[in-house]
Design a protein around this ligand. Sequence first.
Ligand code: AMP
Length: 373
Amino acid sequence: MAENFQTLGVRADLIEGLRELGIEIPTPVQRAAIPKLLAPGGDLIAQAQTGTGKTAAFGLPLLMQLDPRNPKIQGLIIAPTRELAKQIGKELFRFTKYCDPKLFIEVAAGGDKIELQIKRLDRPTHLLVATPGRLMDLFKAGLILDAVQTLVLDEADEMLSMGFQAELTRICEETKKRHATWLFSATFQPRLEALIEAHMSPKAHRLQGDEKQVVNPNIEHRYALLAREDKDAFIIDYLRGQGSQRGLIFCRTRAGCIRMGQELENAGLPVAVLQGDLSQRDRDKVMRAFRKARVQFLIATDVAARGIDVEGLSFVIHHQLPDALQYYTHRSGRTARAGKKGVSLVLIEPDERERLSKLEQSLALNFRPAAVG
Ligand code: AMP
């Protein structure tokens, strides 16, 4: 029998919420994780990137654990960026549309007024989604998390590469009474393994997803071999050939992003630039414009693009190969979401062929030449 959310053990009221969102057939990570997480106790370490349905994979079992009669925070989800935290909160809120009694979910992330968040947390709250930095501020303001049963660390590798090691340790300590820790990450560096060893059960289940599943199979990987000075012209041609399709262009440096933004704008293309020098307000403005499709193409640095989760992106262009191979997984994961197809196109210079082969080997990918010229 084909597996559906019911056979995985998901509660009927949640399935009703899922159905309204068009979520009916579980993705591989959901099929693997949900039955494990519905069984009592036990830690889970899962390799999964954005776009695989990981939010529902941990979110559904977590929602099923919450006791609506207990007004305390019983579940805690930590995510690297405010965008991702908000996105998780929104998605789980939608799942609970038919839950009765109601489950209360709060999101605590930077950018929003902390006084307001403190007030909201004074009301019954069953599940909190937070960024590490903002949670530290809430601890300072007296937040106590002694009723948390399950801690979820989402995109743990991103949190470490953003320098949140001490914050994560503190969070693990503040929730010492918990019964389970579920960790999701696209990549596993030694630093992450150290965190796992310090704070998780040695008996944790591992969903190592074979490498081929780590990178979303709906992504087509392409490359174009170009001299550096020809890249802008190539990108302009490529974008002009996209019709109404939307996409993201990654650039390694802020200066590179700004320069390319100007080039593309001069070429009359509807682009915006997202880079770390922008104020939070400008960042939000750019993201809103992109999300609402008022801007068709977005140029971003790796750091600025963290947590970007926009539906319906058909392609991702890498102006250069990323510095760290793991970024390739994160960058390309922005396309081909929710079962759709997408293209991830890398522009490489002639002396970078070897780096591309290494990437192919380590991620078990096959790059084909780009279909433009
Ligand atoms: P995630 O990897 O959790 O960020 O999910 C990526 C997107 O896929 C989200 O927009 C989800 O709503 C959607 N999604 C999650 N699970 C499924 C599913 N089983 N079928 C279709 N869409 C899904």
